[in-house]
Design a protein around this ligand. Sequence first.
Ligand code: ATP
Length: 165
Amino acid sequence: EKTDAREVGLQVFNNFQMIHPEFSFVLDNDLKHKTIVKMYRNHLEQVLIILMDNAVKYSQERKEVHMTISKNSRYVEIVVQDFGEGISQDNLDKVFNRFYRVDKARSRDKGGNGLGLSIARRLIEGYHGKLSVESVIGQGSVFRISLPLSSEQEESQTIKDTEKN
Ligand code: ATP
C-alpha cells in the first residue's frame, strides 16, 4: 500500500484535462521526484476524482481549476482550487456530512447525492491525513489534502536535508 502521490496527482489532472476541454486546468507541481505516501493508490485516486469532479460541477461561470502538489519534510499537500460558486460560511463544515447538499433543488440536475466529500474525508483520515476547505461564496473554493509521507520517504528526505546543510 505504497503510492506515489505525485504520479496519481498528475494522472488525475491529465484525465480531467482530457474529459473537460471547455475548462482551463492549471498545474503547479513542486515535486520533481517520486513522493511516497502509505495509502492505496485507488483511495488517493478516488479522493482526487471527487474533488476535481466537484470543482468542475460547481463552476458555471469561470471554468478554471488549479491543482497544486507540494510537500515538506513530513507531509504531501495536494490542493484543488476552483473559482466557481463557492460555499457559504454556514455550510462549510456541513459539506463533509453524509448526504448533505447545499442547494438540494438547484443541484439535483448535477446528479450528486451528497456523499462524495464525506467519503473523501473518511478515506484521508483513515491514513492520518487531513482534508479541509476554505471558501468564499461567489468566488470559489480551496480543498486541501495533507497526507503523511511514508516513514521511508521521510527518512530519505531527512538525509537529503542533512546533506544540504
Ligand atoms: P456526490 O455524492 O455525487 O459527490 P455532491 O457533489 O452533492 O454529490 P459532495 O461531493 O459530498 O456531494 O458535496 C456536498 C455538497 O457540497 C455539494 O452538494 C455542494 O453543494 C457542495 N460542494 C462540494 N464541492 C464544492 C465546490 N467545489 N464548490 C461549491 N460547492 C461545493
